[in-house]
Write a protein that binds this ligand. Structure first.
Ligand SMILES: NC(=O)c1ccc[n+]([C@@H]2O[C@H](COP(=O)([O-])OP(=O)(O)OC[C@H]3O[C@@H](n4cnc5c(N)ncnc54)[C@H](OP(=O)(O)O)[C@@H]3O)[C@@H](O)[C@H]2O)c1
Length: 280
């Protein structure tokens, strides 16, 4: 099959490109602000550019991990968030489906308010920040207008690579400089390894799964526990991780506290060692 990955230069996109390439699929990846050799430059808001890429490649599948994923930036810049998280992916989805391509979109656990997680796919959404509202809007567009699409919701994605957008990398950068790291004890979530996420996404696509699918790691942890685990795994004392509460940071966007996801489809639950290589 032929695949286009819009946002192959991002954290998920990097793993997705590698996975599809490894299994022998024909893949075209795009970048926006982080050039990558072998990838095509694309701003997904540029309709003519998207049209010409899709009509030249004629993909069977279009993946959209591209997003404006910085929740605080989205809160402060709702119009830009709307452009990037709703208007552009809607336009890509419309063009892709007109050509008969399947669409895979990456949404988020932030569609939920975090009052009583972990959440299943069937639970009603209730976002509490601009980013989550825009992801919900995009999900609803796909469910209504692009019925064969696959909508994946991961949560707190992490990887082993040197990408500043990777949480593990950010923690290790501080620890390596001998600095302690503040991590909140009141946010619960289900951290998702990038390798497991793309392995399961590929399986779901091959199975012809349609609609919303939660793909997350098997454990529910606080950010504090997660950060301590990372420190220990890389040989640092967990005492370098300082427990704090969410309130301390006074960030623009609200975070779900009692959050996290679980999938109601048991065959899509990530298993350590089988679907991903445990990092900690
Ligand atoms: N990270 C998490 O913890 C998390 C949790 C839940 C859900 N998600 C969702 O999962 C998906 C992937 O997240 P991620 O962590 O991989 O994000 P990321 O590392 O920030 O990557 C975002 C990607 O989008 C591309 N992009 C941004 N604006 C674009 C534009 N106008 N046109 C084309 N491409 C554009 C970026 O390209 P350049 O880098 O080249 O500029 C990059 O490849 C996103 O939809 C995110 O909302 C993430």
């Amino acid at each position: 099959m032929k695949h286009v990955i819009i946002g192959a230069s991002g954290q998920v996109g990097t793993y997705l490109y590698q996975k599809l390439d490894q299994v022998g699929e024909d893949v075209i990846g795009t970048y926006y602000r982080h050039p990558h050799s072998g990838y095509v430059s694309l701003d997904m808001r540029d309709k003519e550019a998207v049209k010409s890429l899709l009509s030249a490649v004629k993909p069977d599948v279009v993946w959209i991990p591209a997003a404006m994923a910085n929740v605080d930036f989205c809160e402060d810049n709702p119009e830009l968030s709307y452009e990037q998280n709703v208007r552009a992916p809607e336009m890509v989805a419309e063009l892709a489906s007109k050509q008969g391509a399947r669409l895979v979109f990456f949404s988020t656990d932030y569609v939920f308010d975090g009052m009583n997680g972990p959440y299943q796919e069937k639970d009603p959404v209730h976002p509490i920040q601009v980013y989550g509202q825009h992801k919900v809007e995009m999900e609803q567009y796909l469910l209504t207008h692009v019925p064969h699409s696959l909508i994946i919701r991961p949560a707190w994605i992490y990887s082993r690579d040197d990408n500043p957008r990777n949480f593990v990398y950010r923690v290790l950068s501080e620890l390596r400089m001998g600095r302690s790291v503040k991590a909140v004890t009141d946010q619960w979530n289900t951290p998702t390894p990038s390798d497991g996420l793309v392995n399961m996404a590929w399986k779901a696509l091959q199975d012809g799964f349609e609609g919303i699918l939660h793909i997350v790691g098997p454990e529910r942890l606080t950010r504090y526990e997660l950060t301590q685990r990372i420190a220990k795994a890389f040989g640092y004392s967990p005492d370098f991780v300082e427990p704090v509460s969410t309130e301390l940071f006074q960030l623009p966007a609200k975070r779900p506290l009692n959050g996290g996801l679980i999938t109601q489809y048991s065959s899509y639950r990530l298993v350590a060692g089988r679907d991903f290589e445990p990092l900690f």
